[in-house]
Design a protein around this ligand. Structure first.
Ligand code: FE2
Length: 369
């Protein structure tokens, strides 16, 4: 296991979504997921091309951006992919170093290092490409060039606080990428060779094959275990369409499949999300009959878990509680995982089968099997 960090990554700074209507997306993330609006840029701040809202809950920052016209590259992104993740942005020690090192190690440059500034100071910013049309920005606040920023978020944004009723979401646990058939190893090598990540866990089709929804997955992690990016590729099912292929067909390329958000009390978080109207996948009730044998002693009441539809899985170190939303767009693409970890560092392998049976049921209803 390596602890090298060649790019000087510190953590995920924010996740930027390109959406068709940022104003309405803001309302959805605030009212349904309990985020607070924290910052804004748009016509009122002199931004005539792109409008963005920064949504915050715990240590999670989501930027929701919509193009103001067809000329902005976001419009092309939306036309092709629908709403989706554009940028998984890292806070880094030095954006120039991160960018130069990444490009030297084989990354494709998207944005050259540059100053990003307003009256509150400046940051350094650069970006490289990852799977599909997704990018990784590098942002540094303090480096040898004396960059320092005191504004509410990033240069160009004004503070705009609209309080949401938080549901207890704390931090991004992992972000999963779906890549094309045969491309998983290539992208895992990219995260290894360019970002210095290592293979944390591998799931093959024996772990996660049902009749249709077969997939392969490798979890890549940074040396500090702060950032985990599982990479999925479709695998041959028994004649149906893998859920990963369904995503790729509708997203029209590789892209981010789900963002997993960690919470401290999954029962109360999920109860609030359901009250707010967030739609979750449900597994058959028989899942809960088999649960005690599979996971042994747990602190939670099984009837309560069943009522909310929360799943449990165990590894050597403990257990985790997790649940998955349905896709949050019309296209069956991006969705969320809500999870709580009680020692377990896994990803819910024991739930794959039950989950994929429900996903196939959804795919069948969509006419996509
Ligand atoms: Fe996940």
């Amino acid at each position: 296991m390596t602890t090298q960090n060649p790019l000087g990554l510190k953590k995920i700074h924010h996740v930027e979504f390109y959406v068709g209507n940022a104003k309405q997306a803001e309302f959805y993330y605030r009212k349904a997921f309990g985020f607070s609006r924290h910052a804004y840029r748009g016509l009122e701040t002199g931004d005539r091309d792109l409008t963005s809202y920064v949504m915050r809950q715990g240590n999670i920052n989501f930027m929701l951006s919509a193009p103001m016209g067809p000329e902005h590259p976001a419009a092309e992104h939306l036309k092709k992919h629908g709403d989706g993740v554009r940028d998984i942005a890292f806070l880094v020690e030095d954006a120039d170093h991160a960018f130069n090192e990444a490009v030297k190690r084989g990354a494709t440059a998207v944005t050259q290092p540059h100053d990003w500034q307003d009256d509150n100071g400046s940051v350094r910013h650069a970006a490289i490409a990852t799977y599909g049309d997704t990018i990784h920005s590098f942002i540094s606040y303090n480096n040898n060039n004396g960059h320092n920023y005191s504004g509410p978020f990033l240069p160009g944004f004004i503070s705009q606080e609209v309080e949401g009723e938080g549901v207890g979401l704390m931090i991004v646990d992992h972000i999963v990428g779906n890549v094309e058939l045969g491309k998983m190893n290539e992208w895992c090598d990219f995260y290894r060779d360019v970002l210095g990540f290592f293979r944390y866990i591998t799931f093959d089709d024996k772990d996660i094959s049902t009749e249709y929804s077969a997939l392969m997955s490798i979890v890549m992690s940074d040396g500090q275990h702060n950032i985990k990016f599982p990479i999925n590729e479709p695998a041959e099912g028994k004649g149906g369409k893998s859920q990963i292929q369904e995503y790729i067909d509708f997203y029209r390329s590789a892209g981010a499949q789900h963002v997993a958000l960690l919470c401290r009390d999954v029962l109360s978080t999920v109860a609030k999300l359901q009250e707010n109207g967030v739609e979750f996948l449900r597994v058959p009730d028989t899942y809960y009959e088999e649960l005690p044998d599979r996971v042994g002693e747990i602190d939670e009441n099984i009837d309560e878990l069943k009522r909310l539809g929360i799943l449990v899985d165990r590894d050597d170190e403990g257990y985790l509680l997790q649940i998955f939303t349905k896709p949050v767009e019309d296209r069956p693409t991006v969705f969320y995982e809500i999870l709580q970890r009680k020692g377990c560092k896994g990803f819910g392998k024991g739930n794959f089968k039950a989950l994929f049976v429900s996903i196939e049921e959804e795919q069948r209803r969509r006419g996509n099997l």
